[in-house]
Write a new protein. Structure first.
Length: 180
């Protein structure tokens, strides 16, 4: 196990808190992630948490489920429990063919980026500690070409070099940090 798990925990808890108490009207709001409104974004997060739990447990990728269930915090907790096992960090995922630490980084970036999407879409505050933002940015810069090729990231958005680390991360994955 390594220093990633506390970052994953903070990101999942922060993002989970954003999902609580949303009104039906807020679920229909657009998000910076152009293909999703708030409901669809949370449904994606629910599926991602289940998927990362499955691969951390040695399982296969699970089929996409785009249905909103309203239980992201519970799914995120199961995901974190799966990553608490030391063997979750070893080897290559049979489901995705990637080293397990790469998948943990993917889960972290997913929670951070979509947490930001959800916060700005619903008018909530969102802060990421500098360590988490820096680790996410470093990983994302390496993975950006593959992420764009697979449709996970959009075209980069130019962000000033002296911008906050979170904003630079958002620019790399194709988000405009000034989106409102």
């Amino acid at each position: 196990m390594n220093e990633m798990l506390p970052m994953m925990r903070r990101a999942a808890e922060r993002t989970g808190a954003l999902t609580r108490g949303l009104s039906e009207e807020q679920l229909a709001l657009p998000t910076p992630c152009e293909s999703y409104d708030v409901r669809a974004l949370i449904a994606h997060l629910e599926w991602a948490a289940e998927n990362f739990a499955s691969v951390a447990s040695g399982g296969q990728m699970i089929p996409r489920d785009e249905e909103y269930h309203g239980d992201f915090p519970e799914r995120a907790a199961r995901m974190l429990t799966a990553w608490e096992r030391p063997e979750a960090w070893e080897g290559v995922s049979p489901g995705m063919g990637l080293p397990m630490p790469v998948l943990a980084n993917m889960a972290l970036v997913d929670m951070v980026a979509h947490g930001w999407d959800l916060a700005v879409a619903t008018g909530q505050d969102y802060e990421v500690d500098e360590e988490t933002a820096a680790v996410s940015l470093a990983f994302t810069e390496k993975m950006a070409p593959m992420g764009r090729q697979r449709g996970a990231f959009g075209d980069p958005v130019e962000v000033p070099e002296d911008a906050a680390t979170l904003h630079r991360l958002l620019g790399v994955i194709g988000r405009d940090p000034s989106w409102r």
